[in-house]
Write a protein of this length. Structure first.
Lengths: 353, 353
């Protein structure tokens, strides 16, 4: 099936496009009534992830409403630790939890390296099902959590504000931390390669908690392993380059180092202007972002204005994928997202003449 | 009473010192058994804040244990909204809450501008009591939350991850937001001036949630009001300069703009190296920070090593106050803080020869 709209992939490779492509992190999510309906039918979040037909359905839902330039497979960043036996579950209002967090050297050493084509088969099936159903309309993105971000949940057993146990491991037992992160990097590499082989046309690594680390620890314990994954990825499939996006939230002081990791593009949060970010990374990578998701809570005029400001901040030229600086929140009115996408389509051609 | 140790004040003004001064954000806090005892005697956190003798006692407790170069008055960043009638209270495990959050234009317009020498008299009394008791041993720091940070709690009614209501106000009704922030800036200015007149020898503004804002919104809604406060402060008292420290957590991409605000020093969190931060601010301001508080959970050898790295990162020369990059956490063993302070005293003279 020929790809009808490749402007997202072209922008990631900093090739010319007619307008700035747009997709939205967590675009298949709780702000959509049709998502909530399918989610209720599935019974639980994990059932939804693990059922390829339902995962495909929710992946496609936002494409039916909005003129998006990419789809992202519906899944969770924590599928790998679940496949390693930690048993992921969700408590409403508290986020993800693991039944069996790992805290001891023994637990880390015993951690299995799962065969991703077996234990995470459901993700590959969701990707191939979705590729078939999407009919070449837009490219499909695959993704994973970063080793450090996975490790924080695995060690803390859930979300955390200060990551005391995970950080204690890094600082007190760095060799053991490296053993865990190395194991995770190997599995993430296998996982993303399997996603690419199943049909993912670009992949993104979410390093949600990179910003919790000091500058030095970030390079040693997070960036290093993301660079290792990038180096191990299959970068060509179906006769096309498969671009890799790294998104380390809260790590804007590390943009130069991230740009040297071998990836194609960087996700950028809203605490830095795209102008400044672009100045710092030069022409090494494309940039994806970076509207504050809270803008979608304001009125449509405000949204239009802020979209224009964001496009202006990046400025003319290639290498910008429009997105939020983090996931869309459940309290957003879907019509407001329509306004955002219309504004990107209206204003962005002027930056690509 | 003559000040016996002025190295903290000298470092804030980038004057020569024999060693790098050190104090710790939240040094009078739950990690200290003697604090927990006094806190229990007080009955509630607010009782402790509002009783000048008890507030003085907990302010002095860390000085009895550790060779600190400054004391910080025991209080809370949210005393101003409480004095405005929002009624502050604390729920264990959930942080601060307000009984009467403000959500409407009417509520914002009706918000009183309190006479700080009346409704916040207890803070001034705690400062003058502590100055008397401290006997010139080290300088005493006064503080306030920043207007933006106060506004987030006042609007959300407590802590928040994404600040939906506060941000909606900024984006949807910027004039109303400016009215609120302007009112808060006026009261913070009065409040800090009253603290200085009561004996605070340096003041710090905590902008805990500055990092939640986009680069543009940060300048318009947070930095602007902090600069306005700095311009309105009494900078000379008892024949000495009263230095002002701004600490915007998560705003390291804004260091240059912060350095131009008129303050004497910037608090720096651990997501940027002091070397990089110093390069960016040049000789405009001193820097305070920036060890990850989680380092104190590791062993003493690790702590010593990280202290040395932090001192190395700033490098030789004037203008460094050693601190953590955020408050010390309740799970820290006080002996580990001793190890940190000893290491600063042991290693830092080498940077001031």
């Amino acid at each position: 099936m020929e790809l009808k709209n490749d402007c997202f992939l072209r922008a990631l490779m900093r090739q010319p496009v007619d307008r700035t492509p747009v997709w939205i992190m967590r675009q298949a999510g709780r702000y959509l009534p049709e998502y909530l309906k399918t989610r209720a039918e599935a019974g639980s979040f994990m059932n939804l992830c693990q059922n390829p037909e339902l995962a495909c359905e929710v992946t496609l839902q936002p494409l039916r409403r909005f003129k998006l330039d990419a789809a992202i497979i519906f899944s969770d960043i924590l599928t790998i630790p679940d496949a390693m036996g930690l048993k992921l579950y969700f408590v409403t209002g508290e986020g993800p939890k693991f039944e069996h967090p790992i805290r001891t050297a023994e637990a880390i050493r015993k951690l299995p390296s799962p065969d991703v084509n077996d234990s995470l088969r459901y993700v590959m099936d969701a990707i191939s099902t979705t590729r078939r159903e999407i009919g070449g309309q837009v490219p499909l993105i695959g993704f994973s959590g970063s080793p450090w971000t996975l490790a924080t949940y695995m060690i803390e057993g859930g979300s955390s504000k200060t990551f005391p146990n995970a950080k204690k491991l890094l600082y007190q037992e760095p060799e053991l931390a490296h053993e865990l992160l190395g194991k995770l990097a190997g599995t993430v590499t296998d996982y993303l390669n399997a996603q690419i082989e199943s049909g993912a046309q670009a992949v993104q690594i979410f390093d949600t908690w990179g910003g919790a680390l000091s500058a030095g620890a970030y390079r040693e314990f997070s960036l290093r392993y993301m660079a290792q994954i990038v180096a191990g990825l299959k970068r060509e499939n179906e006769g096309r380059r498969v671009p890799v996006i790294l998104f380390s939230k809260g790590c804007n002081t590390q943009l130069e180092a991230l740009a040297d990791s071998g990836c194609d593009a960087l996700g950028v949060d809203w605490t830095i202007t795209l102008k400044e970010a672009r100045k710092r990374v030069g022409d090494r990578v494309a940039l994806q972002g970076n509207l504050d998701p809270a803008i979608l809570l304001a009125g449509k005029d405000v949204i239009r204005h802020e979209v224009e400001e964001t496009l202006n901040s990046f400025g003319p030229g290639n290498g910008h994928v429009f997105n939020l600086g983090h996931g869309i929140t459940p309290d957003v009115n879907p019509d407001h997202l329509s306004a955002l996408i219309s504004a990107v389509r209206e204003f962005s051609p002027g930056f690509h003449s």
